[in-house]
Design a protein around this ligand. Structure first.
Ligand code: V47
Length: 357
């Protein structure tokens, strides 16, 4: 399918097909992709670009799974393994700048902690920080917690929600294609199970994000199928707030790659995501992985969200990430303004906190 014909479909607001998605990924006309994706982003979000004041907390890197793409996880007793107590987590949360509205909490699948520990952690955070949204546990963790609790996924989510869980981050999706997933992370739940957990969360009113890990051993077809599978679930639940493509960082992992993903591929992936995911409102550029410069340019490639202040993220750092790991609110605003866009500080669920006209 020639790009010009796809451009007509985009302008007419028509849904793009699998073949269109493959043609877009195969195209080298990056600026055409940017123009199309910008058209869609403008229609959905106007000139606005969102950010949130947030803090990432990773309570432990001890994990019963050993995914080959992950440089963060450790086995118990291995050098570099760590676990935080609930008091450590509170201590860390207390260091958050005033204005932080979201704690993004994800961990390894710890072999020993009981389900009650997770409930206690949420309760403790909610008690001390009632105004801060707890976006916690990937679908992979939720599946694991339901095994720990002996409850269904639905009841596990309900209990976590009662204890303060506000929404789910989008991690753990990786790539749904079974063959590739099996090579990357054989012990991890299947793509179908990841989707099932998300569907259950959406059905009880919890919103979530979605991700895709790209730039490892997947094909273009795998990427397109991943995006279309998310689109199909979103048609049924409407529960995804944002989609975040995650560029693979290979350092200290078992997947050997000579280099990071290219800026060209990063921008193309963001643009094609914007074009295929016509039913997800927000496309997020995660600056921790992309770097500040590509993140800013991505605002002309369909992106309307740049995540947030983040503060001390470990997963990317361990895999060779080169960004500092923290951007101040003013730096985020500056990045958006100097691209000619309007910064909007948001809460986790995209409620507007302040517009910086
Ligand atoms: O689940 C792990 C991925 C995820 C590597 O929902 C890696 O708002 C690249 O999900 N190279 C964690 N990626 C990050 C994540 C996220 C980030 C920002 C915002 C949100 C959100 C979610 O990172 C993991 C895994 O899929 N990951 N190792 C690696 N070497």
């Amino acid at each position: 399918m020639p790009i010009e014909l796809i451009h007509h479909k985009v302008l007419a607001g028509e849904r793009l097909s699998r073949e269109d998605g493959i043609a877009l990924f195969r195209s080298h006309d990056l600026l055409a992709l940017g123009r199309m994706a910008s058209h869609v982003a403008l229609q959905k979000n106007g000139n606005r670009v969102y950010f949130v004041q947030n803090m990432h907390i990773n309570p432990t890197n001890i994990c019963v799974n050993r995914c080959k793409f992950c440089a963060f996880s450790r086995s118990r007793g291995e050098a570099g393994a760590y676990e935080m107590s609930i008091e450590d987590i509170l201590q860390k949360a207390r260091s958050a700048q005033p204005g932080v509205r979201e704690f993004h909490i994800v961990s390894g699948l710890h072999p020993d902690l009981p389900f009650s520990w997770y409930i206690d952690m949420l309760n403790a955070l909610r008690r001390e920080f009632p105004h801060i949204h707890l976006k916690a546990f990937t679908a992979v963790e939720i599946d694991y917690l339901s095994k720990l609790s002996g409850l269904s996924v639905r009841d596990t989510l309900m209990k976590l929600n009662e204890a303060g869980l506000g929404s789910l981050p989008g991690g753990g999706a990786e790539i749904f294609a079974p063959g590739v997933r099996n090579t990357l992370c054989a012990e991890k739940i299947s793509g179908a199970r990841w989707l099932e957990v998300m569907e259950t969360a959406h059905r009880i009113g919890l919103r979530s994000n979605a991700t895709m890990l790209y730039g490892h051993i997947e094909s273009i077809e795998d990427r397109v199928d991943h995006l279309l599978t998310l689109r199909e679930l979103q048609d049924r639940t409407g529960g995804f707030n944002a989609f975040i493509p995650l560029s693979f960082h290979s350092q200290n992992t078992e997947i050997k790659k000579a280099a990071f993903t290219t800026g060209f591929d990063d921008l193309k992936t963001l643009a094609v995501s914007r074009l295929l995911l016509d039913n997800i409102d927000h496309i997020k550029a995660y600056w921790i992985m992309l770097g500040e410069k590509i993140t800013q340019v991505s605002l002309s490639f369909g992106v309307d969200d740049i995540d947030g202040t983040v503060v001390e993220e470990r997963i990317t750092k361990m895999a060779g990430g080169t960004t500092e790991g923290i951007m101040t609110k003013n730096e985020l605003i500056d990045l958006i303004c100097t691209a000619g866009r309007t910064p909007v500080e948001r809460d986790t669920l995209y409620g507007t906190v302040r517009i910086w006209d």
